[in-house]
Each structure stands twice: as C-alpha cells, then as structure tokens.
Design a protein around this ligand. Structure first.
Ligand code: FAD
Ligand code: NAD
Length: 479
C-alpha cells in the first residue's frame, strides 16, 4: 500500500528543504525526495547550493582570499611571513568538511521536524501521486494532498566546448581541481566565472575569461559594472568581451580554445577550461506526460505569483521556475508555498530580492538600476559615496568601490541601492530592509549610523541624493 502525506516535496535544495521544514512546522505530514549523492558518495541533502554551489564556492573564496592577503596585502599592515605555502589538498578537504557538516545539519533538521527523507528519484504522477525510484532501484509510490516541485537546475553545456573529465569542466569540476592550473580559461564572465575565476587567480592561475556579450555584467547597474571591470582587470583577470567560442581541441598539455570577436579569430591555449554560461532547469523526467505539467520553451515550470503550477495542488519553486536563480529566492518561495498550503496568506516581494557577487571587491544590489529607470523615462535622483572617503574602509586598507542610492524624483522613495566594495554582501541587507519598509532617501539620511563603519557610506550616499554628504564635495549644493 502506498504511503499518504499532506505534502510531498521533490528536491531538497534550499527551495525544497526549506519548504519541507516549514510544512512540518505547520503541522503537515511531509516527505521530501532527493537523489543527490554527496562528496563522500552518500546521499546528501542541500542540493546544488550546499553541495556544489553557494557554500563550497564561498569556502574556497574565503580560503583563497587568506592566501592572497598573506602574500600581497598584509605587508602594508607591517605583517610579513616567510615560507608561505599552499596546501590545496587541505583547502579542498576543509571545503568538503564545511559541506558535509552543513548537509548533515539539514538531515538533523529533517529529523527534528519529522520530515521523512526519501533517497532517490521522484516523478510526479497524476492525482498528486509521486513514484520514487530508490538508489538501489526499488520502486514505491507516495500519495499526497499537495506536491511541491523543487528540482533545481544544472549547468548549461555548449557544443563548442563539450565537457572532458577534469579538463573542460563545469562549476562543480572547477570546485575540485587537484592542482592549480597554470593557465585557466573560463567561458562566461557571469557570476560563476567571476567568483571561480577569482578563486584560481588568487591561488596563482593566469585566468582568461571569454564573454560572448559585448557588455559586462548586464544585470548590474552600469556604473557599478564599469568600476567592477576596471578592478578585476587591475587584479589580473583577463576579461575579453564580445568573444564567441567556436570550438575546443584537446591536446596533450591542455585545450586549444578557438574564439572570435569583432576583430578576428583567435586561439587561446589553457590547461583547464571552465564552462560557466548559465544554468537550465532540471525538469526532464520530473513529471509523467499524463500529468500535463506546463513548462515554458526553456523547460522552466510555469507558475503564477504564488508558485502554483497549471495542475491543482501542485506547486513549483526555486531555480526551476521564473525569476533569479538564487538560493534565498528559492527558500522564500518554499516558505510562501508551505504557508499557502496551510491556508495562510503569504506572498513575496520579488522587487527587493538582493543579488550578490562574492568577488573582491564584492558587488551587491537590490532594486532597479539607473539604466532601467532611464529606459523607462522615469525621473530619479542619485547619490553616490566612495569607500575611499570612509574612515573605516581606510583603516581596513580596503577602500575601493562605492555606494549608490537611487530615489524617486517626486516621492524620494528608494528605488535601488547598488554597492561595490568590501563586505557589501552584508551591507545590502540594509538596502533590502529600507526598500521593504518603503523608506525614502531622507529616512536613510535621518538615521544614525555607528562610526566608524562601512554602513556609514550608505548614510552618506543617501545624504548625497540631496547634495548633503559631509565627507565628499557635493555636485548638487543644498543649504
Ligand atoms: P537545487 O539546489 O539545484 O536543488 C535541487 C535538488 O533536487 C537537488 O538535490 C537535485 O538532486 C534534486 N532533484 C532534482 N530532480 C529530482 C528528482 N526528480 N527527484 C529527486 N530529486 C531531484 N545562489 C545564491 O543565492 N548565492 C550564492 O552564493 C550562490 N553561489 C552559487 C555557486 C555555484 C557554483 C552555483 C552552481 C550556484 C550558486 N548559487 C548561488 C545558485 C544556487 O545554488 C541555486 O539558486 C539554488 O541551489 C537553487 O535551489 P533549488 O532548491 O531550486 O535547487
Ligand atoms: P550567468 O548568467 O551569471 O553568466 C553566464 C555568462 O555567460 C553571461 O555573461 C553570458 O553572457 C555568458 N555566455 C553565455 N553563453 C556564452 C557563450 N557561448 N560563450 C561565452 N559566454 C557566454 O550564469 P552563471 O555564471 O553560469 O551562473 C548560473 C546561475 O547561478 C546564475 O543565474 C546565478 O544567479 C547563480 N549563481 C549565483 C551566485 C551568487 O549569487 N553569488 C553565484 C554563482 C551562481
């Protein structure tokens, strides 16, 4: 006989596992099916984010930043070290331990909340039934009142650069090199290309990024993207825009990458090549044809604002549905759907979801960009403040970048905050809270910030909207 649940969740990434825990908190009998096999060859919860995404990439970004600091930055502080050596195996082992501690933590949370973990592949059948194929091939069927689909996404592959074990790799492969490549190619100068390119550059690789678009970081504010490009080039990331890879040839010592731009055709030989050109939803084989689950032309599951699919009592969340492919976006959708299922009123403000790129300097933003407002013909005011004028940033010896506050010209409501600079992954939360509360730039200007902090730069940028910043000359003068 099949088992009966209030909710069955397919996928235990940050979308699915959060949805499952919230459902259980709300008193719903919940099962969560996931097929992931972790670094230690055992089933693991947490999906892409914990196993091969957010967490391992941040572990390596942190470790590689320490290595770069000790070699290049600490001297300025009067700290020198000799005999500094890189133990890459230890760095990787530490990253793997961070991952396994956290994935086991989710297993503990499932247990504590009474979520049943089914290890294997889940497939949606008609009438909210879900077929489970366990890793040993054993089949079973779960019956549910509601189903939440959270299958996540996988790296896009391109015909011009087919993956080749350990040499042409996706982001997962790039998190597990056993040697620092001398010359590293990256196709795609997006979020993954920049983060992982930074990791390996800090550890000693010469990094060349081949980006098909003629512009850099199209989703970011143009002024911030321009500053980011300048900083990354200064650090030694060789970013080539408008570069279209046409083919790759594997040789004995590496890969010859052929590409073209507006000026001509080139070959670049690298030891390793990372393909980081975006991600696609994992919706193949997710639902039986008879279910009639509606997908769009790219394979994303069609959902409305409350993440309801075209099938009654079937919801979908996370990377497999529209919107940014970000862990926190999937998790919030998981909470919303659980609460909707429990009969509560729940919604998400998609306009204030923050984006962060964890390079150095970091890049973070929430809300609209200046170029989008220009294109929409909307009147706005802008205030910027450079970290070079921040006492705290100068004391830290880390003062590149700026804060930019954009406010509506008529209502003064904050429409967007864009930051490039150290620790702005943390600062951006202030922008999100301000926008969630409907703050004006005047509200931020009237708020008292602790001194000396990086946060003061948000205060100063808000003051600058109206020509009142204290620690920079203002272009706009006001009494
Ligand atoms: P996933 O995390 O992909 O999880 C889906 C799970 O479902 C997987 O475990 C999968 O095995 C399982 N599954 C799929 N189909 C089935 C099925 N039919 N049956 C059973 N199980 C199934 N985002 C950020 O916000 N911040 C970051 O810093 C960040 N860094 C990243 C770095 C890298 C290198 C990568 C690749 C991604 C990063 N992301 C980051 C993106 C983030 O990882 C994703 O947005 C997030 O994991 C999506 O969550 P999800 O729950 O939708 O799917
Ligand atoms: P992305 O969309 O950020 O960047 C892909 C880049 O590749 C783009 O600039 C695109 O123009 C370029 N491109 C596409 N096809 C190309 C080709 N054939 N040749 C050269 N360039 C090409 O995607 P990503 O970096 O692969 O990351 C995937 C997703 O994972 C993103 O949506 C991102 O949100 C998420 N992610 C988030 C974080 C974070 O939040 N810090 C970190 C890593 C990944």
């Amino acid at each position: 006989m099949s088992k009966q649940y209030d909710v069955v969740v397919i996928g235990a990434g940050p979308g699915g596992y959060v949805a499952a825990i919230r459902c259980a908190q709300l008193g719903l009998k919940t099962a969560c099916i996931d097929k992931w096999i972790g670094v230690d060859n055992r089933p693991a919860l947490g999906g892409t984010c914990l196993n091969v995404g957010c967490i391992p990439s941040k572990a390596l970004l942190e470790s590689s930043a320490h290595y770069e600091d000790i070699n290049h930055t600490f001297g300025e502080h009067g700290i020198t070290a000799s005999g500094v050596a890189l133990d890459l195996a230890q760095m990787m082992a530490r990253k793997d331990k961070v991952v396994s501690d956290l994935t086991q933590g989710i297993a503990g949370l499932f247990k504590a909340n009474g979520v049943e973990w089914h290890q294997g592949h889940g497939k949606l059948l008609p009438k909210q039934q879900v077929a489970v194929t366990a890793h040993d091939g054993k089949q079973s069927v779960l019956e549910a009142t509601h189903v939440i689909l959270a299958p996540g996404s996988s790296s896009v592959e391109i015909a011009a650069a087919p993956l080749a074990e350990g040499v042409i790799v996706d982001s997962s492969g790039a998190l597990a090199f056993d040697k620092v490549p001398q010359r590293l190619g990256v196709i795609g100068a997006g979020v993954i290309g920049l983060e992982l390119g930074s990791v390996w550059r800090r550890l000693g690789s010469e990094v060349v990024l081949l980006e098909a678009q003629g512009s850099f970081l199209g989703a970011a504010d143009e002024q911030i993207a321009k500053e980011a490009l300048r900083q990354f080039k200064y650090q030694g990331l060789d970013i080539r825009l408008g570069a279209r890879v046409t083919s790759c040839e594997m040789g004995e010592t590496g890969v010859a990458v052929q590409y073209q731009d507006a000026e001509g055709e080139y070959t670049e030989t690298v030891d390793k090549l990372i393909v980081a050109v975006g991600r696609r939803p994992n919706t193949e084989g997710l639902a039986a044809d008879e279910v009639g689950l509606l997908l769009d032309e790219w394979g994303f599951i069609h959902v409305n604002e409350q993440c309801r699919t075209n099938q009654p009592s079937v919801y979908a969340i996370g990377d497999a549905v529209r919107g940014p492919m970000l862990a926190h976006k999937g998790s919030e959708e998981g909470v919303m759907v659980a609460e909707v299922i429990a009969g509560q009123k729940a919604e998400i403000n998609y306009d204030t979801i923050p984006s962060v790129i964890y390079t150095h300097p970091e890049i973070a933003w929430a809300g609209v960009t200046e170029q989008a407002l220009k294109a929409a013909g909307r009147d706005y005011n802008v205030g910027t403040f450079p970290f070079a004028a921040s006492g705290r940033a100068r004391a830290a010896g880390d003062s590149s970048g700026m804060v930019k506050v954009i406010a509506d010209a008529v209502t003064d409501r904050v429409l967007g905050i864009h930051i490039i600079g150290a620790h702005c992954s943390e600062l951006i939360a202030q922008a999100v809270i301000a926008m969630e509360m409907g703050a004006s730039s005047e509200d931020l200007a009237m708020t008292v910030f602790a001194h000396p902090t990086l946060s003061e730069s948000i205060h100063e940028a808000a003051l600058a909207v109206d020509g009142r910043a204290i620690h920079i000359p203002n272009r706009k003068k006001r009494q």
